[in-house]
Design a protein around this ligand. Sequence first.
Ligand code: CO8
Length: 294
Amino acid sequence: MLRNVKVELFYSDFCLLTSDFHILLFPKFGSLNFSIFLFMDYEILKLTVDDNIAIVTISRPQALNALNTRFFQEMDAMISEVSGMPGIRVMVITGEGKAFVAGADIAEMVDMTPEQGIAFSKTGQHTFRSLEKMEIPVIGAINGFALGGGLELAMGCDMRIASSKAKFGQPEVNLGMIPGYAGTQRLPRLVGLGDALFLLMSGEMIGAEDALRIGLVQKVVEPEQLMEEALRIAKIIASKGPVAVKKVKYVTRTGRQMHFEDGCNLESEFFGTQFKAEGEEGMRAFLEKRKPDF
Ligand code: CO8
């Protein structure tokens, strides 16, 4: 909704229209510089906003939401767009139909040269890394098959809530391939080496309860309760200090790649700056027995 308003408001004066993007040029007053905003016409992704939660639905159900080049263009644009929407505190990603995502698009990959394969792999790795780098938390609401690139997308989210009907796997070896969107790197970090190598080497699919057992998902609910539960958790997170939540994400994710002592130093630094950012209000509200105004 907000997106459309912006496009209509500024279109007549500054917008150049391409087949896929609306390009908006905003002059910066007092200088010759222009700010450029890109708004994409989405074909595969749908964006809805519920209060301060952005819900992104992958909608290519005829191919079980398989990830093609167009998907990555749209997801990159969506990440930028949601990141720029004021007031959005959490993003939820889900799939339409019986799949979350059944993998990278095999029809698009089948004729690729090794060089094209490397480029396609790097495209996906970049997009899923961008998800991790979003300041706000991202929740995967896993409605069905999360296979290959679909599981790699799910692992790029900060947490995963699964339908009891969801199925998980890295079936690339069935195709004589290996994962290309960082599945070999994120899976062992999430579930440990043994369970990761089991999934990666066997190509076996596991159900939601097994995914919960190995820590691949954080919660399993009945299919009809999936979005309700994902939004309930999103709203709980959205009610907390938004700067604190962003800092938790940054410090936890960044610290994990650092030496332990360096991670602790990063935590102390962010802990300190949080006093004036939100901590004072949060702690005062506790002492005054009222709700904090974040
Ligand atoms: N790519 C393209 N099309 C797909 C994909 C896919 N990954 N998965 C399903 N589809 C299509 C089917 O071809 C079918 O199309 P059509 O109706 O035109 O024949 C339609 O979706 C419905 O699929 P099914 O009829 O097969 O549905 P079923 O319910 O019988 O089976 C399954 C569902 C079990 C999920 C089955 O579709 C399946 O096994 N899909 C493939 C799963 C897979 O192997 N995924 C991994 C792909 S490889 C990958 O993700 C690598 C990521 C890294 C890439 C790095 C870049 C180089």
